[in-house]
Design a protein around this ligand. Structure first.
Ligand code: UDP
Length: 323
């Protein structure tokens, strides 16, 4: 049985679905602080908190866990700057609890959701896994700390891990069973779709004077189902005796904020009011990751990650969800 920590959230829920479709038994462990119980449509569910080590021990005692996928983290970069303690405690200390209990029970496989924010401001595009990791906010620093902890535990305790450094996860389950749902929502695509449906008046474009062709930031958007498939492959890799490793998880191509808005207009057929505003602090102009390594080592191939498919699936979810 695979333990999905944080499996009631946007990304964890998509992975829970794909694992079940591939014959795995899963247990979602989530404190529902940001997750959605209605997203846990597959496998078992236990409400609990990584901050409480007895909650974790109870899980490992009661279920035949063989590997862990870890998604439970706070993810608001701005908030991490204002309240770093909240981020280090949850994203780092609570992960130590999880690892401690894994070792107590002799469970030595973990897939960790890391982030391209561990690279900080890119000095080279596309960003490869060898790019210097110099994060510029507590969110990215906490994730890098966990990457380093995993590497040390791998050396010392023979724990096998895969860290996946996500670029911009987007889109929704093509069957619209689950989708993107954050409160507060800060991500570009759901906000653009809110502007399309009239749920919000407009979309703000954060900065139009970047050193890119149209002046707006470029990001590497990856469909959440492709991202889920990468986790399935990472899990199988560990089960087959693969050694500890880390991979970028992006498509290797980027789209600007304006391109995203234009594509959303086409797909929705709606007017979208875009208001040009100041830059948002801490946004690098371009974040695009090389996906060579994950393609060659894990045989991963994105299937849904055309921008049009990403937005189409997100729009279908948006319409269903706002009915
Ligand atoms: N963005 C924007 N307006 C918004 C939200 C985001 O212009 O209301 C831009 C943001 O500056 C970034 C890109 O869209 O360049 C993607 O932002 P998002 O928050 O979705 O993901 P991030 O890149 O921060 O992980």
């Amino acid at each position: 049985m695979i333990l999905i920590v944080g499996g009631a959230g946007y990304i964890g829920a998509h992975i829970n679905k794909i694992l079940n479709k591939n014959g795995y038994e899963t247990l979602v462990f989530d404190n529902l602080s940001y997750g959605h119980e209605e997203f846990v449509k597959w496998g078992a569910f236990e409400n609990g908190d990584l901050g409480n080590i007895e909650d974790i021990r109870r899980i490992f005692r009661n279920y035949p866990i063989t590997a862990v996928l870890h998604f439970a983290a706070f993810t608001y970069v701005g908030e991490s700057v204002e309240d770093p303690q909240k981020y280090y405690r949850n994203n780092v200390c609570n992960t130590l609890n999880l690892l401690q209990v894994m070792l107590e029970f002799g469970i030595k496989r973990i897939v960790f959701s890391s982030t391209c924010a561990t690279y900080g401001n890119p000095v080279e595009i596309p960003i490869t896994e060898n790019h210097i990791q110099n994060p510029i906010n507590p969110y990215g620093r906490g994730k890098l700390m966990v990457e380093n902890i995993l590497s040390d535990y791998s050396e010392a305790y023979n724990l096998k891990y895969v860290s996946l450094r996500y670029f911009n996860a987007a889109g929704a389950d093509p069957d619209t069973e689950i989708g993107e749902e954050h409160n507060p929502e800060t991500h570009l695509i759901p906000l653009v779709l809110d502007a399309a449906s009239g749920k919000r008046k407009n979309i703000n474009i954060f900065g139009t004077d970047y050193s890119t062709e149209d002046g707006t930031c470029i990001r590497d958007y990856i469909h959440v189902t492709d991202l889920a498939d990468a986790h399935l492959k990472a899990l199988k890799y560990l089960e087959n005796g693969g050694s500890s490793d880390y991979f970028n998880l992006g498509n290797g191509s980027g789209f600007s904020v304006k391109e995203v808005i234009e594509e959303a207009k086409k797909i929705t057929g709606k007017e979208i009011v875009a208001v040009e505003t100041e830059r948002r602090a801490g946004d690098p102009p371009i974040l695009v990751g090389s996906s060579e390594k994950i393609r060659s080592v894990l045989n991963w191939e994105p299937k849904y990650s055309d921008l049009s498919v990403i937005i189409e699936t997100a729009w279908k979810w948006h319409e269903k969800n706002n009915d």
